[in-house]
Write a protein that binds this ligand. Sequence first.
Ligand code: UTP
Length: 424
Amino acid sequence: MRRPIMIRAAVKGEWALDYNQALEKLAVYDQTHLLKYYGELDDGRQKELLEQIDGTDFSVVKNLNHRESGTERGKITPIVSMEIDEIEKKRSRFEDLGLSAIQKQKVGAVLLAGGMGTRLGSDEPKGVYNIGLTKDLYIFECLINNLLDVVKKADAWVPLFIMTSDKNHERTTEFFKEHDFFGYRKDMVWFFKQEMAPAVDFEGKVFLETKSKISTSPNGNGGWFVSLARNGLVDKIHEIGIEWLNIFAVDNVLQKIADPVFIGASIDSAVEVGAKVVRKAAPDEKVGVMCLEDGRPSIVEYYELTEQMKEERNEKGEYAYNFGVILNYLFSVSALERIMSRKLCLHIVEKKINCLDENGNEIKPQEPNGYKFEQLVLDMIHELESCLPFEVVREKEFAPIKNATGVDSVETARELLKKNGMVL
Ligand code: UTP
């Protein structure tokens, strides 16, 4: 008779699977090679490996089989965005609404900092990168400064939740402590870890990072609310009375966080999510664009836009798919709770993954050598009933740091910061 496969998560120091149970669990997913070096390991490292096998959900690797089929999309049509001229006319009313929500502690901010930032090429968490020229100016510091502008204006603190992963949690939390939270109130900051997923080679075999460690990577930014809940922080959100969560990426050093005007506009429009968007630089710019999909809010990737859609015009004579998202959203907490048990689709992304070579030596590849599995925030949008795309001026609010040089890099972000009057 087959023994049941243990799926309880391993808690450090408690039981894990024994060798045979681990072998049996791995056999189901064709991953028994992960025990190849088991015999060479000392007791402690054997236990570590068994615990990791116990705690890892290997079912995601089955998604590789569906890679070719892609996800079926519904009917894509344009969505109406709130553009700058309208925002300017209503600015003071929106701002008052937003400031009042902040003062009543109805708004929290969530920094998504669990990513690996591999394109930047630093082994450190992206937020500890120093972009200063004549003085130290860390990415985390820039973001906290941006949030402090609002704190000062509202004369109220915005609860801040920071998502990290197993890969960068310790360094991130230590860094904030070393820098005294860059002047932010410590008791207004909560760190939480996101989940991890195994990484595979192009044939679907999970990598070993060392002889006793499976190669895992953060499972994308789409699981942030589930991770908040798993870490007990949704209770905290209720305790404080937070009704809106502004999530934002670690890499946009120019963005406004908990922007009262954006908050006010979203509340006033009674939507389930507000999305900051920028006007596309060209019809074929490589950004995800806000749209409707089967009548519900959604984001269409640049490579999914047909030539006809790229050229389509609205009644104003402007491009119909003209506003790209910048990973700055304001979600209603009650809407998030309604959708949190829904499964988001898994994206399979080619990445450089540290692994062992055929001789068991640890290597850091220079080129993508396999796939990671990620859930993405943008798929949450389609689960919601309504969305307000809210236009912001690109040069004032969008300076992403993805690469060390070239497009969306430290260099381009520095230029934009300088243009906005920052001394570097
Ligand atoms: P990116 O798409 O830039 O991914 O993340 P990344 O992993 O950080 O960078 P590359 O592709 O390896 O260079 C956009 C935002 O989502 C966060 C990132 O930290 C960033 O703020 N993110 C991404 C997470 O919080 N968790 C993840 O698993 C992935």
